[in-house]
Design a protein around this ligand. Structure first.
Ligand SMILES: [Zn+2]
Length: 153
């Protein structure tokens, strides 16, 4: 299944992000069944707390291509996007969002409530991508757990 194939790549990027000194989140942008752009979390190496995998991907892809409308694109994210990244998806009219771990999964791992729910953003916006949740969820949860549990101890 293609969703799994692209999600696997997003999860691989989330592992690379950790190797590069950042947090475990990755994103892959796909059009017509082909990967057109990838990005990983870069908040520490770029010294930019807003450089999340998804928002960073959207910013760079649009800047480099001049494309402003992503209604024909699918974005794969290793974890449910935060408020900011969900907002970026609204601004580019993203066609489809697929994510692995949910924000609830992340909250459980972090042992804190963030209510960083993408659904909330989309419900209050004039654009909502088609959303598909839980693809390779367990694999993503494992990467998140490895990282955040190690940091806590
Ligand atoms: Zn984000």
């Amino acid at each position: 299944m293609n969703d799994e194939k692209f999600m696997r790549q997003a999860i691989e990027l989330s592992k690379l992000a950790v190797e590069h000194g950042n947090e475990p989140f990755g994103a892959v942008l796909v059009k017509d069944n082909e990967v057109v752009y990838t990005n990983e979390n870069q908040i520490y190496t770029m010294k930019d707390p807003t450089f999340h995998a998804e928002a960073g991907l959207i910013r760079r892809f649009c800047m480099e291509t001049g494309i402003r409308n992503l209604s024909e694109y699918t974005l794969y994210s290793s974890c449910e996007p935060c408020f900011m990244c969900s907002g970026a998806m609204v601004w580019v009219k993203l066609g489809r969002l697929v994510y692995a771990a949910s924000n609830l999964d992340l909250e459980e791992i972090l042992e804190k409530k963030g209510s960083n729910c993408s659904q909330m953003v989309f419900e209050h916006s004039n654009h909502k991508p088609e959303v598909c949740a839980g693809i390779l969820r367990e694999e993503s949860i494992n990467v998140l757990k490895n990282y955040f549990t190690a940091r806590r101890n």
